[in-house]
Write a protein that binds this ligand. Structure first.
Ligand SMILES: *Cc1c(COP(=O)(O)O)cnc(C)c1O
Length: 400
């Protein structure tokens, strides 16, 4: 594993933490009393629970959020040379799944307030790409995009638990016949104008790594109302076996993206506690806000009016541009407080620069947020004393 400062022993609070009780531990232990560790009853039970929670017809449990996004990309028929509009201010998986199919992510910068894709620029990009010629060309990367690539889809991301402006996205998508894949990996339980995040596009994915609002250890779930897409994704998840295929018959080129039974039962218990955990996360965010709102040179996270329920995933402050953030991270670490820059812009990751020729300055808002964002310790098991401690150290470091 590469370095992950989350659980280093010298830290006095973890950067993130799952919220586990005896109910989770007992449920997982009970699965281990049976011989059914994969493809048993629990993944279907978990899927039924997620389908009910979202009100959608299909929930497909998978081995990770990344796997789920990849399935959505395959189901949308996105293939070599196709263009998909997405955001560079995200976790890399939302763009990587396009590269898996040799498709091209067409980045559109984000709204500085929410960090979600800027829908005015999105509309412009779609219109320009549709028109073709030099107008369309200016949205494409310097290299790595084939001429005449077809715009197939939009892949918005609900950043930090706050839904993207889906009505605007859906409007332009339906006008230009584009598939909408919502990366809701950070937004389980969030609400956009009173509608559940993940239910508005053609398909969406929630992720359950241990730092998310609920966990299955590794895991995720795809949700959709599209029967044909759901059948196809279920087959791809299971090594390409279509309904009726035997164990060694594979109608499609598929993957092993299945969720195991321990993860599924863990997810089922966590889902039952989701509202409780989201309420706790909101409380923790409130404790931070009370203590940091007035701190000069720091902006606390803000909730957009379209977000009628925030599903707090991380607590990311933005420090003033004049502050040396790396030095700040080090000073906090020296005092036992972990923190992490959030996000590093996707277009500036080395393999993206190499493949597409991106340069600093290409997406200024993403880069500005990337330079100033700092995730503080955050979880639903955090106590007010721990928040107080983190804030005391932060204020101390700021005042000198
Ligand atoms: C967590 C996350 C994912 C999926 O991550 P996995 O580790 O593969 O489960 C995808 N997109 C975003 C924006 C995420 O935060």
């Amino acid at each position: 594993m590469t370095s992950d400062n989350n659980s280093s022993p010298e830290f006095i609070v973890p950067l993130s933490s799952p919220d586990l009780t005896d109910a989770e531990r007992d449920a997982v232990a009970a699965v281990l009393q049976t011989p059914n560790l994969s493809m048993g009853p629990h993944y279907q039970d978990f899927e039924a629970g997620v389908a009910e929670y979202t009100g959608l017809k299909h929930a497909i449990a998978i081995s990770s959020g990344t796997a789920g996004l990849h399935l959505c990309v395959r189901a949308a028929g996105i293939t070599s040379g196709d263009l998909v509009i997405t955001t560079p201010f995200s976790f890399v998986a939302s763009s990587n799944v396009l590269l898996f199919e040799n498709a091209v992510p067409v980045f559109v910068d984000v709204d500085p307030f929410s960090g979600n894709i800027d829908t005015t620029q999105l509309r412009q990009a779609v219109m320009d790409l549709d028109a073709g010629g030099p107008a369309g060309r200016k949205w494409l990367p310097r290299r790595g995009a084939v001429v005449g690539g077809k715009l197939k889809a939009v892949l918005p991301v609900d950043v930090f638990g706050q839904p993207a402006d889906m009505d605007e996205i859906l409007k332009v998508a339906s006008q230009f016949n584009l598939t909408v894949i919502e990366d809701a990996c950070e937004a389980m339980g969030a609400k956009y104008k009173d509608r559940q995040a993940g239910t508005l596009g053609d398909s969406a994915v929630f992720a359950f790594f241990p730092n998310k609002q609920m966990t299955t250890a590794e895991g995720g779930v795809v949700v959709t109302d599209d029967d044909a897409a759901a059948d196809f994704m279920r087959a791809l998840r299971n090594q390409g076996r279509a309904p009726g295929d035997t164990w060694l018959q594979h109608t499609y080129l598929g993957y092993n993206y299945r969720m195991d039974e321990m993860s599924a039962v863990l997810g089922r218990v966590q889902l039952g506690r989701l509202e409780e955990m989201l309420a706790k996360r909101e409380k923790v965010a409130g404790w931070y806000e009370e203590r940091l709102a007035e701190l000069p040179l720091v902006e606390t996270p803000q909730v957009a009016p379209t977000t009628t329920r925030m599903s707090w995933f991380v607590y990311v402050i933005r420090v003033n541009a004049e502050i040396d953030r790396d030095a700040l991270v080090q000073k906090l670490a020296d005092k036992g407080i972990p923190s992490r820059p959030y996000f590093a812009p996707i277009h500036l990751q080395p393999y993206m620069v190499e493949k597409f020729g991106y340069q600093e300055g290409d997406f200024p808002v993403t880069e500005d947020l990337g330079r100033r964002g700092l995730a503080l310790p955050f979880s639903s098991v955090m106590t007010e004393e721990q928040v107080e401690l983190v804030c005391r150290v932060l204020v101390e470091v700021f005042v000198g």
